[in-house]
Every structure is written in C-alpha cells, then in structure tokens.
Design a protein around this ligand. Structure first.
Ligand code: SAM
Ligand code: SF4
Length: 489
C-alpha cells in the first residue's frame, strides 16, 4: 500500500519520515507526494489565470525536495509568487522521480488529470528524472506540457523560463554533459531551522539497477569556497542545522579554483562547515561505502557539531549479488566499513538501503542479507523491491523473481530489521538526547524532534514554545521506529 503525503514544511524537517516505514515499504518509501495530492477541479481551471504565481509538486528524495527549493528560488527571483493551490497557479511544475517504476508512473497520472482541460492558460513543466528519461516524448503524451527539464540542466532554467515568458510554446533542457552545478541567488527554504545544501550533483558510479547516472548526469562537485559562503549566509539567516546532500556525498572532490594548491577533502569540508559560527548540527547523505574513509569517522569523533549518524546503503548482503549490482565492494569490505564506524569513540547510528528480488537473487543470497542485518545492527533500513528501469544495465538480466515473491522477501527483511530495532531502541531507555524540536508530535499533547543520531523522539514538556529549540529529552519508552520521552527540566 503506497504511502503518500503532501510536500510541505514538515517533509523538509524530516518529521514526516516518521510516517513512512523506516524498515521500508514496497518500493515507495521515497515518495513524498502522492495520490492524496491536489487534483484539478474543472470549475477552478476555468477561472482566469491569476498572474505570476507558481505551484510546485515534488516527488522523490531529499535531493529532489531541495532542487524544488532552488527552482522556487529561480521563480521568486523572477517575480513569481508561490501558491499552495494548484488551481490558482499560472505556472505548475512537477519535479519528478524515476528511481522505481511506481514513482515514475505517478507523474503521468498527474499529467493525465489535465486531459479533459488541457492547460487552460497555465504553463505546465515537468522537471527532474522523468523529464530527463522521457525527454520530448512527454510532449507527445501530454501536449499541454510546455517545459521539460532534467536536473542536470537546471542551471538553464532561468533562460528556459524567459523563453516561455517571451511566448515560446515549448522548451527543453535535456543536456547532461554539463560541468555546472545548479546554484541560485535565491533559494527558498521551507524549514526555518534546517537547510539542505547540495555539494555534489550527479553520479559517476554505475550500479546496474540505477537510473541516477543517466537522469542526473555525471558527478559535479561545488567548490568548498562557494559551499562555505552559503553556509555562512544560512547561519546569518538563523539556520542552525545543515544537511549536505549528494547521491554519493562522500565522493566529493573540491574543484581546484585559481590560487588553490589543493582542494578540501570531504572530511575537511565537514569540519569547516561545522566551524561556521551559529551552526550546531551538520548532517550528510548519502554516503557510498566504497568512498567511506577513516577520516570521516575521525571528524565525527572530534567535532561535536557533526551528527553521529551515517546513512551507508549496502543494497545486498551477498557478495555475488553485489557484484551483479556493480556496487564495487564485497560483503566483507562493507562490514569493514561498519567496523570502522563502530570503532568511533562516540556511538554513531547507521542506516541503510536494501534491494530485494534483484535478478538471480537466490534464497541463499537472501539469507546473506538477513545475516548482514544481524551483523550490521542498523538503526533503520529502507528496503525496496527491485524495479527494472530503462537505460540501466540490469535491464539485460532476466527479471527472474515474480513480484509476489519479491513482496515476500521484502516482508522477511522488514520483519528481521524490525526485531533488531526493537532491541536497539529499548536499550536507549533511560538515556538523554539533545533534540532539535521540529513541531507537534502525532501523539496528542507531545512535541517531536530529532536527535543528532537522527532518531525521532516524541516527548512531553510543560513548555509550549519549543519549536526550533535544542532541548534535552530523557527516553522513557521505545517503539521500532521512534522513541518516547520527557523533557529534562
Ligand atoms: N546513491 C545512493 C547509494 O548509492 O546508495 C542511493 C540513491 S537512490 C536515489 C536511493 C535508493 O533507491 C538506493 O539506495 C536503492 O536502494 C534504491 N533503488 C535505486 N534503484 C532501484 C531500483 N531499480 N529498484 C529498487 N530500488 C532501487
Ligand atoms: Fe545510483 Fe549507485 Fe550512483 Fe547511488 S551510487 S546514485 S545507487 S548509481
């Protein structure tokens, strides 16, 4: 049963992640916007355009959410005003995800809603991975679309918008051979405490199941000078938590600017971001195991502002399957990285992604994944059923595992991980965590926030004005996906 919810401030805070199953769900865990999203009301479509307003709906991962913030920044910079109601928007953008088939289908069902009332004076744009993947085909399938732009070409968005404003009917940005990263003068950020910041775009790995290298283009890192300049601006604007983003964030390579003898390593950049006055927490996601090095653990150990959480997706516990996935590490090499993290002086929480039902996965391979869960002792896992994707090399392999069997394997993985989380979370009862308060909990009368280790805490407090504050919370109870506590007064 797909989970779906609107993309709003609490998605950016991560608080909504509480709603999705931390132990994964059938291939839709990354979908932040879905079936329950806004639908077109014919009566309102007929209303005259209300001027320079835009609406943007985001599907997919945190990188997409942040790309939408930057796209919103471009539009705000051109004098548009953002509206929450699709029907009153002059420009409607869908920022899409194609990581799994179900995610890609969603945008076409959205576009299909215009069939009876094509456009009605609106500019409709498709952005992101589906745009890159389907290209101009989208104009064939949905002639009411006027802009198609993949994420590798977002730096061209202002020019594309200008062309539409000048009366062009259809514009595209589909190049991937760009060195540029997408930096904007204005980035709208929907959470007043936590800011996302992309430091590396695209991906140079070639995992056999993954569309990202195709849809997001080659790896491009942003200069450390420009990253730090933005972090200082964010700190001045009152943000205290920074989340550095990249598909393989730790593969970061500082581009050598004039006058530099060498660029910063990823670990050095983490330390430098953490040193910016006003910054209290620095997160980073997603790390690739191959490039995960000791200096990152040493940095976390020595700099308290660096959050004690690493998301290190393994994908499978079987070296045979990992080879077939072209993940560039074996089970043993991965577990060495886990041992490195566990050797830190302060406990670091570790989370992961797993794919079940990859072509040729045997019962023995599945058993290897289950035993890896036991060995790694993750604090959370997003598990997915393998979904064959266009332009990936695994498409050449027969998709041997029936969907029903993939579902069974997913449940087996989720059940095992759930047991692990019950034990791990119960061990935390009695401990005290510093929590950044995100908002009201779904539990009546309680607040919700996250620890540095990215654990969700729902807690009681006598205070009524805690939003955005860092407070101490003692854990009094545990469930598989979150902790319950009370403020330490
Ligand atoms: N760059 C990250 C890494 O290497 O771990 C992952 C990025 S991807 C957006 C997020 C997750 O989606 C992956 O870790 C993988 O588990 C899952 N995923 C990617 N392609 C998939 C596919 N074809 N079928 C099922 N899950 C997939
Ligand atoms: Fe996809 Fe692999 Fe790149 Fe991650 S590292 S984005 S899974 S190709």
């Amino acid at each position: 049963m797909p989970l779906s919810f609107d993309f709003r401030v609490d998605d950016l805070t991560g608080a909504r992640e509480e709603l999705r199953e931390v132990v994964g769900n059938a291939g839709t865990a990354l979908t932040q916007t879905g079936e329950a999203g806004p639908s077109l009301l014919p009566a309102q479509i007929d209303a005259p355009p209300l001027g320079a307003t835009f609406f943007i709906e985001t599907f997919g991962c945190q990188m997409n959410a942040h790309d939408s913030e930057k796209v919103a920044g471009v539009l705000l910079g051109r004098g548009y005003r953002q509206v929450e109601d699709l029907n009153s928007a002059k420009v409607v953008f869908y920022n899409t995800c194609s990581i799994r088939e179900k995610a890609a289908q969603k945008v076409f069902s959205r576009l299909g809603e215009y069939r009876k009332h094509p456009g009605h004076g609106k500019i409709i744009g498709v952005l992101g991975c589906v745009a890159q993947q389907e290209g101009e085909e989208i104009f064939e399938r949905a002639p009411w679309v006027s802009l198609v732009c993949g994420s590798a070409s977002y730096s061209k968005l202002p020019a594309l918008l200008a062309q539409l404003e000048a009366g062009n009917r259809r514009v595209t940005g589909l190049d991937t051979d760009t060195d540029e990263t997408f930096e904007t003068e204005i980035t709208r950020r929907d959470n007043p405490f936590r800011a996302y910041l992309t430091i590396i775009e695209g991906c140079d790995k070639s995992c056999s199941y993954c569309v990202v290298p195709y849809t997001r283009g080659p790896e491009r890192s942003r200069s450390s000078a420009s990253v730090l300049q933005e972090v200082r601006k964010l700190a001045d604007a009152g943000y205290s938590e920074i989340q550095l983003l990249g598909q393989t964030v730790n593969s970061y390579r500082d581009p050598m600017l004039r006058g530099m003898t060498r660029g910063m390593t990823f670990a050095e950049l983490l330390v430098a971001v953490a040193a910016v006055p006003g910054i209290r927490r620095v997160r980073f996601t997603t790390s690739h195991p191959r490039d995960f090095s000791r200096d990152i653990v040493e940095a976390i150990d020595s700099v308290p502002e660096l959050c004690d959480h690493v998301h290190l997706p393994v994908q499978s516990g079987s070296t045979r399957v990992l080879r077939s996935m072209q993940r560039t590490y074996s089970r043993e090499e991965y577990l060495e990285k886990i041992a490195l993290i566990r050797s830190a002086r302060r406990p670091i929480s570790v989370t992961s992604d797993i794919i079940v039902g990859f072509p040729g996965e045997t019962e023995e391979d599945l058993a290897d994944t289950l035993s890896l869960l036991d060995a790694a002792q993750y604090d959370g896992v997003f598990a997915f059923q393998y979904s064959p994707r266009p332009n990936t090399s695994s498409l050449q392999m027969a998709d041997t595992i029936p969907e029903q069997e993939k579902g069974r394997r997913l449940a087996v993985v989720q059940d095992r991980q759930r047991e692990i989380q019950i034990v791990r979370n119960n061990e935390l009862v009695g401990q005290t965590f510093e929590v950044l308060v995100d908002g009201a909990s779904r539990r009546p009368g309680q607040w919700a926030g996250r620890s540095s280790s990215n654990r969700i805490l729902n807690f009681s407090s006598p205070h009524s004005d805690l939003l955005g504050q860092y407070i101490q919370v003692r854990v009094t109870g545990a469930s598989p996906n979150s902790l319950i506590g009370e403020q330490v007064i």
